[in-house]
Design a protein around this ligand. Structure first.
Ligand code: PEP
Ligand code: MN
Length: 336
């Protein structure tokens, strides 16, 4: 029986793969103790076979890289948020709305749930426009402990009622791991606020649920830190994560925070997760919100978050930056 060239090659490659097995096992242990550059240099200077030095160098370097993966180097690990882990865009489905899908999905509503009536007025207005999701804080992380802290559980119950009566999905911030179980029956999306972006126990707690999570960028968080925070949620097994750019702290005082538009394409390139932009907390300026929302969408954002209140002047929080219904009408009809 004659052995074909292909069979011959196959046998050699199988031998190579067996050696590769051994190489990977040993290499994984050796990586920390070896000066890779010096090692490869020594190898190529001694080796005088048929393979070009460049190939030998490339081959051995790629083996080193491979054997280091999955060990204790955070930076070398393949992150679940990354496009290398998952190429296709993640779509977070909420009540029939596909966040991260081909269309834009926006989230509007008051800063805080203040009463059933106030929230219901906003819900009715949003529903009339065909919008499907309402926001409203039940737990408000305020700078001063003397400011309105939110209605807490009562606020969650109001949101539940709104959901039932208006058929809208509801999103609200939770601020402690203990809120996960309590809030789960009332909410369609958990919001993690900027101040809690690195509250790792909270991130792990929402990661153990399967409820969608909207994670806001921290006040002074880099894009990298933001992504690592998302990784905490994904690593616990919850793939339904939405990122939200909401402005960062800079020296600029003319806006409440500095809206980092560049973060949008950076995030879209680095991760498969949906990216939204909150134009209310980033700018704090109603007169530029529409333009900033357009810029965010042009940069690739999957949706916009903004605050609207039936009577902003009487609002218990963020009264200067919440839009009235008339202002909202103007803002909304200006969105592409
Ligand atoms: C909010 O959206 O209600 C809020 C408090 O925003 P941030 O966490 O971005 O400050
Ligand atoms: Mn607010």
């Amino acid at each position: 029986m004659t052995v074909s060239r292909e069979d011959e090659l196959f046998e050699i490659d199988m031998e190579l793969l067996k050696l590769l097995d051994e190489r990977i096992q040993k290499g994984a242990i050796a990586r920390h103790d070896v000066d890779e550059a010096a090692y490869i240099q020594k190898l190529t200077s001694i080796y005088d076979g048929a393979a070009p030095g460049e190939l030998v160098e490339k081959l051995i370097q790629s083996l080193f890289n491979e054997s280091g993966k999955g060990r204790d180097h955070g930076a070398e690990r393949r992150m679940l948020y990354s496009r290398e882990s998952k190429r296709s865009d993640t779509i977070v489905e909420v009540n029939g709305h596909e966040i991260g899908g081909p269309g834009t999905v926006n989230i509007f509503g008051p800063c805080a749930v203040e009463s059933y009536r106030q929230t219901a007025e906003v819900a009715a207005m949003l529903k009339e426009k065909g919008l499907g999701i309402i926001r409203g804080g039940a737990y408000k992380p305020r700078t001063s402990p003397y400011d309105f802290q939110g209605l807490g559980e009562e606020g969650l119950r109001i949101l539940s009622r709104i959901r039932e009566e208006y058929g809208l999905a509801v999103i609200s911030e939770i601020t402690a791991p203990g809120h996960v179980e309590l809030a789960r029956p009332h909410l369609d999306i958990f919001q993690i606020g900027a101040r809690n972006m690195q509250n790792f126990e909270l991130l792990k707690a929402v990661g153990r649920s399967q409820t969608p999570v909207l994670l806001k960028r921290g006040l002074s968080a880099t894009v990298e830190e933001f992504l690592y925070a998302a990784e905490y949620i994904l690593a616990e097994g919850n793939p339904r994560v939405i990122l939200c750019e909401r402005g960062i702290r800079t020296y600029e005082k003319s806006t409440r925070n500095t809206l980092d538009i560049s973060a949008v394409p950076l995030l879209k390139q680095a991760t498969h997760l949906p990216v939204m932009v909150d134009v209310t907390h980033s700018t704090g300026r109603k007169e530029i919100m529409a333009e900033c929302a357009k810029a965010a969408l042009a940069a690739g954002a999957d949706g916009i978050m903004a605050e609207v209140h039936p009577e902003p002047d009487a609002a218990l929080s963020d009264s200067k930056q919440q839009m009235s219904f008339t202002e909202f009408e103007d803002f909304y009809t200006n969105l592409p």
